[in-house]
Design a binder for this molecule. Structure first.
Ligand SMILES: [Mn+2]
Length: 352
């Protein structure tokens, strides 16, 4: 009896190998179909075709497996084939590392994103010439190469401080220039892109605008690097597709920024999705920034989160710094004062 089991098992092994060869052949044919569908702009998933296949498979099922089992097994094969077809398309995405293995370096003023570890720092909002001058002088002295500051503020309440607008842009640019820094600031409206690009070295698309496709196309046409923040409820895939909108317009200088996503957690303002940031490094060739200020929303977590992000391989960390956070016109509970920033920098210095 035992020899019989051995014999039958060697039969099973032979059939397994035949099934494997057949699956491989099926996979290659599915890939070929996928390539043609892509060329013709046809969808890969065809529910009618799947229903037809399941129909004849169950009709011609000789047993002993019941039809439900046959359906289940073949549905898995269909799903695996669809994944293969979609993986082929990934190569065509401009953001994808598959078609662009070497990392992209984005230069902005003295900063080289993707080629060196960087810190982006500055106040949430640009409030006055004195505030920006004081902050830029302090940060430049600490070796920070990129100055941030918002002139157009997307505020949850329409009655909250909305930013200084063009006057703020001028203040930010001048402070950065005086101290040899690059200036990054947010643009919220397609009508402002040209104007903001005159002042900024890097255009920021904020989390709330990540799927503002008109804005993405407009900054895609601008001749300035773009810092694209991930939407607070956006999947990693949606974030990459947003980058694709910019890249597809011919602007290849895109920097991705993870800034925390919305979860059920209440002790932090958002939840830092470090796996999303690492995926961005692995799946795309673009530089990746982690914004610890907006991810945590509390100053006591900034250094540990920044350490984790840098150790995980991201290119830069972003942190808000204000000469006097208590009187800041926005985000006043999460910005660092100068002494706090010095401690922050000391805590991450070995990873820069
Ligand atoms: Mn802020």
């Amino acid at each position: 009896m035992r020899t019989r089991i051995k014999e039958l098992r060697s039969e099973i092994d032979r059939i397994n190998r035949e099934l494997l060869a057949l699956l491989a052949e099926r996979g290659r044919i599915a890939q070929e179909i996928g390539r043609i569908q892509t060329a013709l702009d046809l969808p890969h998933y065809d529910p009618v075709r799947e229903a037809e296949m399941l129909d004849y498979l169950t009709r011609e099922n000789p047993g002993p497996f019941p039809n439900e089992t046959i359906k289940h097994l073949f549905k898995e094969i269909f799903k695996a084939s669809l994944t293969l077809e979609e993986a082929e398309d990934q190569k065509a995405f401009l953001y994808s590392r598959r078609g662009h293995p070497e990392p992209t370096v984005v230069e902005a003023g003295p900063a080289r994103f993707g080629a060196e570890k960087l810190v982006i720092a500055g106040p949430c909002s640009i409030e006055s010439q004195a505030q920006m001058e004081e902050t830029a002088a302090f940060l430049a002295e600490k070796g920070v190469k990129v100055l941030r500051g918002g002139a157009y503020k997307p505020r949850t309440s329409p009655y909250a401080f909305q930013g200084l607008g063009e006057a703020g842009l001028e203040i930010g640019r001048d402070a950065a220039r005086r101290h040899g820094m690059a200036f990054v600031t947010e643009v919220m409206d397609t009508r402002d892109v040209e104007k903001v690009a005159e002042y900024a070295d890097i255009l920021q698309v904020g989390a709330r605008n990540m799927q503002n496709f008109a804005l993405l196309k407009e900054v895609g046409r601008a001749r300035k690097p773009v810092l694209l923040k991930r939407g607070m409820s956006a999947t990693v895939e949606e974030w990459f597709y947003a980058a694709e909108y910019i890249l597809a317009q011919g602007n290849d200088r895109v920097i991705l920024a993870e800034r925390g996503i919305r979860t059920f957690e209440k002790w932090t303002r958002n939840t830092l999705d470090l796996s999303g940031a690492v995926l961005a490094k692995q799946e795309t060739h673009l530089p990746v920034v982690v914004d610890v200020t907006h991810a945590a929303g509390r100053t006591d977590l900034l250094a540990p989160l920044a350490r984790a992000a840098l150790a995980a391989g991201v290119d830069a960390v972003h942190v808000e710094v204000h000469p006097n956070p208590l009187v800041a016109l926005s985000d006043n509970r999460q910005q660092l004062d100068f002494a706090g920033f010095e401690r922050f920098l000391a805590a991450i210095a070995d990873l820069l």
